[in-house]
Design a protein around this ligand. Structure first.
Ligand SMILES: C[S@@+](CC[C@H](N)C(=O)[O-])C[C@H]1O[C@@H](n2cnc3c(N)ncnc32)[C@H](O)[C@@H]1O
Length: 225
């Protein structure tokens, strides 16, 4: 178990759902959404099989998550976001695409992370995390020393942490935090062509910003060595 988050990495946004989306949430969430808090997650019981498990943090409207889940039938994915319309949109996509390898968490990824057993994840995706550009807000970034330390413990040896950002300063912070973490190895990579362009990425590119992909892997070390 890991400690509860003290600092929020998101700005709470209250946008009501349309009646259609609210009905869709009521119908699909009981089957497809996992509670944010509770017992340790038994992924085999949830997905009905043993498969590599990926945690996708901050899925937005779920466009990238569902495209990737459809392309990777052999991988199970838990997508998480605090934004209610985004969860509803992703549920609609899951149903439309008939995906059986995706579950969602409507809540804070760092709170849900407490339900994930250590070394249980094949990977963590963090695509275009909230940038928090002002210096006085930088402690809210998902890629902080404390958060990365907590997330790395959830990775199986060899498991990946893939961060993509269009904020140069965020890429530098990721390189500094992850690049100096004793259990991680990796760094900046060329943009992988298998990663779909996300909605936020498109906005960044339109504004002339440069996108950086960084991939780190948990080192294959024995515990307590
Ligand atoms: C800039 S958006 C990017 C969305 C999507 N990945 C994309 O590229 O289009 C960041 C998302 O992260 C979510 N988020 C931020 N902190 C979070 C947290 N602690 N747990 C879950 N979601 C979070 C926000 O609600 C927002 O939807």
């Amino acid at each position: 178990m890991i400690a509860t988050q003290a600092v929020r990495t998101f700005k709470p946004r209250r946008r009501p759902l349309t009646p259609e989306r609210a009905a869709l949430m009521d119908r699909l969430a009981p089957e497809l959404c996992l509670p944010e808090t509770g017992d340790a997650l038994d992924a085999i019981a949830v997905f009905g099989r043993a498969a590599p498990l990926v945690f996708d943090i901050g899925i937005g409207l779920g466009d990238t998550l569902t495209v990737m889940a459809e392309a990777e039938h052999g991988v199970d994915v838990i997508g998480c976001d605090v934004h209610t319309p985004g969860i509803a949109s992703t549920l609609a996509r899951i149903e439309r695409q008939g995906l059986v390898n995706v579950r969602l968490v409507h809540g804070d990824a760092l709170v849900f992370a407490e339900r994930l057993p250590e070394r249980s994840l094949a990977g963590i995706r963090l695509y275009f995390p909230d940038p928090w550009p002002k210096a006085r807000h930088r402690h809210r970034r998902m890629v902080s020393e404390a958060n990365v330390d907590r997330l790395v413990r959830l990775l199986a040896p060899g498991g990946f942490l893939h961060v993509a950002t269009d904020i140069t300063d965020y890429a530098l912070q990721t390189d500094r935090v992850c690049g100096t973490h004793p259990d991680l190895g990796g760094g900046v990579i060329e943009r992988p062509d298998w990663r779909p362009v996300t909605r936020y990425e498109r906005k960044g590119l339109a504004a002339g910003r440069q996108v950086t992909d960084l991939v780190y892997r948990r080192r294959e070390v024995e515990p307590n060595v």
